[in-house]
Design a protein around this ligand. Structure first.
Ligand code: FAD
Length: 466
């Protein structure tokens, strides 16, 4: 046997959940060890949020460069060198993962390479190909994230790819079929459509992004994708795939009618499953839900009192900022603080065109909770900044409580929705009313004025619409 190494807080996984938890725990005086089997930064930095946004930005620039005729700009010979796009993407990823490694080191956190496996409620074994070491901990935080689901009828291969494959292609596909019109499928499909790929999206339900976004919002994304030549097939059941020499033939069914479609690649984005099956959780009796998610309380504690879990391995939206938020809570609770999770102000964003963002209640969810709510809408087309950017497709919908104007939610479809949603999250967290927002002076001309005007709509007195 080896000699166990002792630590206060052991974090398993160094994604946006784990590395943030580790830093906060160290800041609060804990001796922290992080175990990571892959690369620091997890899915988000290496094969998720960050590389996808780099490709989306590149696709957007390319498309804009070619199509700014409305502003009097005609460009010829605009070229895209995809190997350089990929090099750009990798350089962004490397800067950020390098930054995180530096932050962990700077906070005196020990980072151990290897795969952690629970032995009992105070020990894990960390395995590499050549070694095994036991770590004894007072508290542990499980932040092992999630993995793309593989459909039995679409086994991953060179041409049947998941999001990770789609982020590391060596060429812009001439054609791409995306199975699953959720956030990841729409974002990655959209990036390639901007780079010239003929895109087909096969979505099983009635609408793309139907999980959390209203029809009026998804309609704008669909319109844009179609403008790029994309085809969106809803209520489509993807049945199977045949690989040919240079591509794939995908079979799908709509209303009992079978069709086939040829493409260079098929990207399967039908969801992600939690990484909870190879951790030895049964050794410590940690409770899982039917879907394999770890059950936690409001302090991120599992049923084993010194073991916590955060991020994609627990229930709730699979979002990086949600993982980080829970990471801070878990670290604070371990350090003896009375922190608790409160998802009231958690935003969600789709980096589509236009961007979609939501925070707090929708009209629908407010109704379902029996709240007497009011929805106040303001269009981007009535905003000077949006007009001068030649980007007027979209709207903001502010949700307030009727009795007192308390801001309880907001949805935005439009350019920079991802940044604009922050002000609404703050309003919700701070308990502000529509009047508070309306009274706040917003710079002119800016997209932020849309928020002020939506608040004025709530008060019945918008200046720039009647
Ligand atoms: P992860 O990031 O999955 O990290 C878990 C880490 O644990 C991994 O590094 C893994 O190697 C390690 N690990 C697993 N098992 C073990 C073990 N036994 N021992 C040691 N280490 C282990 N979210 C957003 O908020 N915004 C976005 O724009 C966004 N875009 C996305 C785009 C794509 C293409 C994808 C796939 C995801 C995107 N997400 C986005 C989701 C986001 O990436 C996840 O919600 C987030 O990474 C979850 O963080 P986490 O810390 O829970 O887990």
């Amino acid at each position: 046997g080896d000699f166990p190494i002792e630590t206060d807080t052991l974090v398993i996984g160094a994604g946006p959940g784990g590395y943030v938890a580790a830093i906060r725990a160290a800041q609060l005086g804990q001796k922290v060890t992080v175990v990571e089997k892959g690369t620091v930064g997890g899915v988000c930095l290496n094969v998720g949020c960050i590389p996808s946004k780099a490709l989306i930005a590149a696709g957007h620039r390319f498309h804009e460069a070619k199509h700014s005729e409305d502003m009097g700009i005609t460009a010829e010979n605009v070229k895209l060198d995809f190997s350089k796009v990929q090099a750009f993407k990798s350089s962004v990823v490397n800067k950020l993962t390098g930054g995180v490694s530096g932050l962990l080191k700077g906070n005196k956190i020990e980072v151990v390479s290897g795969e952690a496996y629970f032995v009992d409620e105070n020990n894990v074994r960390v395995m590499t190909e050549t070694s095994a070491q036991t770590y004894t901990f007072k508290n542990a935080i499980i932040a092992t994230g999630s993995t793309p689901i593989e459909l039995p009828t679409f086994k991953y291969s060179k041409r049947v790819i998941n999001s990770t494959g789609a982020l590391s292609l060596e060429e812009v596909p001439a054609s791409l079929v995306v199975i699953g019109g959720g956030v990841i499928g729409i974002e990655l499909g959209g990036a390639y459509a901007n780079m010239g790929t003929k895109l087909t999206i096969l979505e099983g339900t009635e609408d793309i992004l139907s999980g959390g976004y209203e029809k009026q919002m998804t309609a704008l994304v669909k319109k844009n994708l179609k403008k790029h030549g994309a085809e969106i097939v809803t209520k489509a059941l993807a049945k199977g795939v045949e690989e040919t020499e240079n591509g794939v033939v995908v079979t799908y069914e709509v209303n009992g009618q079978e069709s086939k479609i040829e493409a260079d690649y098929v990207l399967v984005t039908v969801g992600r499953r939690p990484n909870t099956d190879e951790l030895g959780l049964e050794q410590v009796g940690i409770k899982l839900t039917e879907r394999g998610l770890i059950e936690i309380d409001k302090q991120c504690r599992t049923n084993v009192k010194n073991i916590y879990a955060i991020g994609d391995v627990v229930s709730g939206p699979q979002l990086a900022h949600k993982a980080s938020y829970e990471g801070k809570i878990a670290a604070e609770v371990i350090a003896g603080e009375a922190s608790e999770i409160d998802y009231l102000g958690i935003p969600a964003v789709v980096f589509s065109e236009p961007e979609l963002a939501t925070v707090g209640h929708t009209e629908q969810s407010a109704k379902e909770e029996g709240l007497d709510a009011k929805a106040s809408k303001f269009p981007f087309a009535a905003n000077g900044r949006a007009l001068s950017l030649n980007n007027t497709d979209g709207f903001m919908k502010l949700i307030t409580r009727k009795e007192d104007g308390l801001v309880i939610g907001a949805q935005i479809a439009g350019p920079s929705a991802s940044d604009m949603i922050a002000e609404l999250g703050l309003a919700i967290e701070a308990g502000m009313t529509a009047e508070d927002i309306a009274m706040t002076i917003h710079a002119h001309p800016s997209l932020g004025e849309i928020t002020m005007e939506a608040a004025e709509v709530a008060l019945g007195m918008p200046i720039h619409i009647v």
